[in-house]
Design a protein around this ligand. Structure first.
Ligand code: FES
Length: 120
């Protein structure tokens, strides 16, 4: 299957019923996407699919064929942190880090914050 991952074309040989979360972490080593609850409640596994926030623990990788997936690793442009990412670092907002991608930009309630990522 093929998809666009963090702006790059990717070809995967995986069973389509596996969770997107597991393929991101185990096969693609994008460990910024975390598993918290594993049942769509915490947002630790949030990614963007075609610009929409999705809990990657609830979606099969086969469902993202031909689509654009963005993980927390793909938010910085040209390796440059966004203003919000930098602020998280400077103020120690990450704590244990499990919920950072949710609190900092990809959780549904934080969509306006995602706009900060997009605009800075
Ligand atoms: S791990 Fe909690 S919403 Fe996916």
């Amino acid at each position: 299957m093929r998809l666009t991952l963090n702006g790059r074309a990717v070809s995967l040989d995986v069973v389509g019923t596996r969770r997107l979360l597991d393929v991101l972490r185990e096969d693609l080593h994008l460990t910024g996407t975390k598993e918290g609850c594993g049942e769509g409640e915490c947002g630790a596994c949030s990614v963007l699919i075609d610009g929409e926030v999705v809990d990657s623990c609830l979606i099969a990788v086969g469902q993202v064929e031909g689509r654009a997936v963005t993980t927390v690793e793909g938010l910085a442009v040209g390796g440059r942190l966004t203003a919000l990412q930098q602020a998280f670092i400077e103020h120690g907002a990450a704590q244990c880090g499990i919920c950072t991608r949710g609190a900092g930009g990809t959780r549904r309630e934080s969509v306006p914050l995602y706009g900060l990522y997009e605009n800075h």
